[in-house]
Design a binder for this molecule. Structure first.
Ligand code: SF4
Ligand code: SF4
Length: 179
């Protein structure tokens, strides 16, 4: 016996009262009615959302600095650290006149994460030496097509803090602001 919750089954013949099933029906109805007065466990998503755990790891964000320049230098450390091989990228050299777009001489011309592979472990965030990627407090929405789960650079880049400060703050989220 694994637990002490087992119950011996009483196999005595049913009485006339029991054969009417009325007590059993009344008992069942009383259980059902008692649930009307209990707090509803369901929530009206998406209008209502559950509070996430402080350590929740959601959708990735590619970060910019305070001047709106992309932090990522396409060093590839996040891709190497990723146990699911979900990250791919192509590096490019920054040209003259692009200093306002990219913080360093090298940047990710292409950066993709396959959310169907990703296990949201956060190792890419841990590996990044440039504070260029972190896992936010939102999650990848559902999609009918596999291609919809391949997130490109445009899907991942945080809004420019200079051009869209409100969207930037929203994307940064409470947890990252407290860091
Ligand atoms: S969270 Fe983990 S699995 Fe997902 S991309 Fe980052 S390292 Fe890979
Ligand atoms: S996100 Fe970070 S670790 Fe990944 S390529 Fe860019 S700078 Fe390197």
């Amino acid at each position: 016996m694994l637990t002490n919750r087992s119950k011996a089954v009483d196999r005595h013949p049913m009485t006339v009262w029991e054969k009417m099933y009325l007590p059993a029906i009344a008992k069942g109805m009383s259980i059902t009615l008692s649930h009307f007065f209990k707090k509803k466990p369901t929530i009206n998503f998406p209008e209502e959302t559950r509070p996430f755990s402080p350590v929740f790891r959601g959708l990735h964000i590619l970060n910019r600095d305070e001047e709106g320049r992309e932090n990522c230098t396409a060093c590839g450390l996040c891709a190497v650290a990723c146990p699911a091989e979900a990250i791919t990228m192509e590096a490019a050299e920054r040209k003259e006149g692009e200093e306002h777009l990219y913080r360093e001489e090298k940047y990710a011309a292409k950066y993709e994460i396959n959310m169907l592979r990703c296990i949201f472990c956060g190792l890419c965030e841990e590996a990044c030496p440039k504070d260029a990627i972190y896992l936010s407090e939102t999650f990848a929405p559902s999609n009918y097509k596999r291609e919809g789960f391949i997130y490109g650079k445009n899907d991942l880049l945080i809004p420019d803090p200079k051009k869209e400060p409100e969207l930037y703050q929203k994307a940064v989220g409470e947890r990252a602001r407290k860091k």
